[in-house]
Design a protein around this ligand. Structure first.
Ligand code: ZN
Length: 120
């Protein structure tokens, strides 16, 4: 089987779908990866994405939200507790909201570029 193209891998990962067929659900529950794809039978759970998705999110959110927070803090004179009240939920919401797609993309990229670990 040929390696899927990068756009289809990213699309499947962002949609939290199986990286091989793009149809089967990747998760059961919030973050638990399914054992096998319900459509094509790909064994998914054996492959561990580890800390990769969290590291991606640390970099992506750190480089996007922190500059915005700093810019806002330079332009407005809010007390510190108000910054915590605003930026805390923003960061938590973005992290929780992006964790599933980030893990899906990591698993899809592992499937695309480290296929031997899926096939064995
Ligand atoms: Zn599948």
């Amino acid at each position: 089987m040929t390696t899927p193209a990068l756009p289809s891998l990213l699309r499947a990962g962002l949609r939290c779908r199986c990286p091989r067929c793009g149809e089967g659900a990747l998760y059961t529950g919030f973050m638990r990866v399914v054992d096998h794809c319900s459509v094509c039978g790909l064994e998914i759970a054996r492959n561990d994405s580890g800390d990769g998705p969290a590291v991606f999110l640390i970099f992506i959110l750190g480089f996007t939200i922190v500059p915005v927070a700093l810019l806002v803090s330079l332009r407005v004179d809010w007390p510190l507790w108000l910054h915590v009240l605003i930026w805390g939920p923003v960061i938590m919401g973005a992290t929780v909201g992006m964790l599933r797609p980030a893990k899906g993309v990591t698993i899809a990229l592992q499937y695309g570029y480290r296929r031997d670990e899926f096939d064995t």
